[in-house]
Design a protein around this ligand. Structure first.
Ligand code: WQD
Length: 337
């Protein structure tokens, strides 16, 4: 199929391009490079048959959207383009609603103008909020605690109403748990713009000497070692879930959420120990209080994705840390090397 990938130069988008091309799909990227660099697409072309069409522009801009729709004629869209920093979303709520919700609306209008009927949406397990039960299944109540999470849930609801009202359309809502890791080539990986918010890239930057020590947020949670538990998923497994979702969208109609996680959770201390095994050096840490808004434990029930998408995660914890270390040590300054 011809697949338009918004935000395709990003961390998950770039890994998804490779998996789509490996399955014979034709791909096109729309990215405004607000949180990525065109160098990523050069790396992706070097790792594939090289056929990656691309447009530079903002997903909120109807003019660039219509140009992409007319010139590429996508049969499906994977919508990654959006903002994802939880802390920043609290400081800039209107920006987050404008991009994450407004961008999704603009994209759907443009899809309707060429009768494109399939969309895969980059959602997040953060839509669940505090767990009423664990592991989370897709029937778990949704009560996001951050503006970021609210924006993702609003976009899910818009997609659900669009799919219900528009004949023959399919919206697959992928609720990611915690994406980590890198492509085995170590040519692409996670490259946060500023100080990393997330655990794994911060650990990696400590390991490569860019940061002095990891601050561990909280050690008094009701978990086995007192630190936060998360369901980390290898980015290549996550990318493959998007290919499975494209295949599912072709054969289905309506909107449907899917948890994309492994069903196994690890603590902060587990991740530090695993990374020390991967890099062969100790990771210096400092203890701090809990981070505002953090949940003690998150874990996915991913059985629906296994049953209906034919997808489940294949990479384990050591793959996650070893591939992150390979990427970071080969690219100490990310794509700015
Ligand atoms: C993981 C654990 C922290 C950093 C967020 C978003 C989610 C998704 C992934 C976008 C927690 C601890 C972290 C550090 C630490 N983002 N930690 N020191 O908060 O689970 O999820 O990012 O899609 O939607 O909510 O991920 O990696 O920030 O934190 O101790 O320097 O690591 O307290 O327990 P999180 P995270």
């Amino acid at each position: 199929m011809r697949v338009l990938v918004t935000g395709g130069a990003g961390y998950i988008g770039s890994h998804t391009l490779l998996e789509l091309m490996a399955q014979g799909h034709d791909v096109c990227v729309l990215d405004n490079y607000s949180n990525a660099t065109p160098e990523v697409l050069n790396r992706v072309r070097g790792l594939s048959n090289g056929n990656v069409a691309d447009f530079t522009g903002d997903v909120r801009d109807p003019a660039i959207l219509d140009r992409v729709m007319q010139e590429f004629r996508p049969e499906a869209v994977i919508h990654f383009a959006g903002l994802k920093a939880v802390g920043e979303s609290e400081e800039k709520p209107l920006l987050y609603y404008d991009v994450n919700v407004g961008g999704t609306l603009a994209l759907l209008h443009a899809m309707d103008r060429i009768d494109c009927k399939n969309i895969i949406f980059s959602s997040s397990a953060t839509v669940y909020g505090e767990p009423v039960y664990l592991p989370y299944d897709e029937a778990h109540p949704t009560a996001p605690m951050s503006v970021y999470g609210q924006s993702k849930l609003m976009a899910e609801n818009i997609l659900t109403n669009w799919a219900k009202a528009t004949a023959g359309t399919s919206a697959v809502l992928l609720r990611y748990f915690n994406p980590v890791g890198a492509h085995h080539s170590a040519k692409i990986g996670e490259d946060p713009k500023d100080i990393p918010n997330n655990l794994m890239p911060f650990i990696a930057q400590v390991a490569v000497g860019k940061r002095d020590a990891l601050t561990v947020f909280g050690n008094d949670y009701d978990t086995p070692d007192g630190t936060g538990l998360r369901d980390y998923i290898h980015v290549v497994d996550l990318a493959r879930a998007h290919v499975a979702a494209i295949n599912y969208a072709e054969k289905s109609t309506g909107a449907r959420p899917f948890n994309i996680g492994t069903g196994q959770s690890y603590s902060v201390r587990d991740m530090i120990a695993a990374f020390e095994r991967a890099c062969g050096n100790p990771i210096p840490t400092k203890q701090a209080a809990r981070r505002a808004g953090d949940i003690a434990a998150m874990q996915a029930d991913a059985s629906r994705a296994a049953a209906e998408l034919g997808w489940s995660a294949a990479h384990g914890l050591d793959d996650m840390t070893a591939s992150t270390w390979a990427w970071q040590s080969a690219n100490p300054n990310g794509y700015d090397n």
